[in-house]
Write a protein that binds this ligand. Structure first.
Ligand code: C5P
Length: 229
């Protein structure tokens, strides 16, 4: 049975390797994330193939940010591909424009609040207003929901806080930065286990290296799915 809660990040260099990985994973995985790194390596063609030929769901992680008219046009173009999730930065004008571009399609618009790789010093350098990161994340999530975002991308350690926001009901929370107990962290810092992320309110978890860098990716995916509550 398909469990769409697990989204596997296809962070491989090109569409051919992405297709091979998807074949290796087979029925174990029903939802894939394709990111910017794959765009010049045939990412959209791969998305199309996995969706149309193999019936998988697709999360296009583009993190769009531009003037409203450009975002709207870009999203209208991407929405023709009949994909499932698309990320944009959570600034209200960007979210509103993306929702306009996706009008009439099933494409869900997910807002990035604050990139999890940024710390307060980075925010200072970017002239972002003072305040603790979790408070700013909560504020950005609230504004993104008000602007119509279907959901947000968040660190699993922020999931419970976002789930508790007054306007988060029926919005999606999607969390990368997930690691099975004992798995290598790589460059992820604020991690949680898959089960903890779901328990804290995530609807979907995004997992990359613990699956695609594993000797047995299908077994790694199944083991993560078996551990979900
Ligand atoms: O390999 P790993 O499980 O760390 O991959 C996580 C995926 O989620 C990567 O594609 C990464 O770019 C993405 N991501 C993230 N943190 C964010 C947003 C996206 O790790 N805040």
């Amino acid at each position: 049975m398909s469990d769409y809660r697990l989204i596997v990040a296809l962070d491989v260099p090109n569409a051919l390797q992405g297709l091979q990985l998807a074949e290796t994973l087979g029925d174990a995985v029903s939802f894939y994330k394709i990111g910017l790194g794959m765009l010049t390596g045939g990412g959209l063609a791969l998305a199309n193939e996995l969706k149309q030929d193999q019936g998988k769901r697709i999360f296009l992680d583009m993190k769009l940010f531009d003037i409203g008219a450009t975002v709207e046009n870009a999203v209208r173009g991407l929405a023709q591909y009949d994909l499932d999730f698309l990320t944009v930065h959570g600034d209200p004008h960007v979210v509103r424009a993306a929702k306009e571009g996706a009008a009439g399609k099933d494409l869900k618009i997910l807002a990035v609040t604050i990139l999890t790789s940024l710390d307060r010093a980075d925010l200072d350098a970017g002239l972002i207003k003072p305040g603790d990161l979790p408070d700013l994340v909560a504020e950005r999530a609230t504004l993104a929901f008000e602007a119509g975002a279907d959901g947000v991308i968040a660190s699993p350690q922020e999931a419970a806080m976002i789930r508790a926001l007054p306007n988060s009901a029926s919005r999606l929370i999607v969390t990368p930065g997930v690691r099975p107990a004992g798995a290598a962290l790589g460059d992820q810092k604020r991690v949680a286990t898959p089960a903890q992320a779901i328990t804290d309110g995530a609807d979907h978890i995004v997992v990359g290296r613990p699956i695609w860098a594993s000797d047995d990716p299908a077994a790694a995916a199944r083991s993560i799915l078996n551990d979900l509550p």
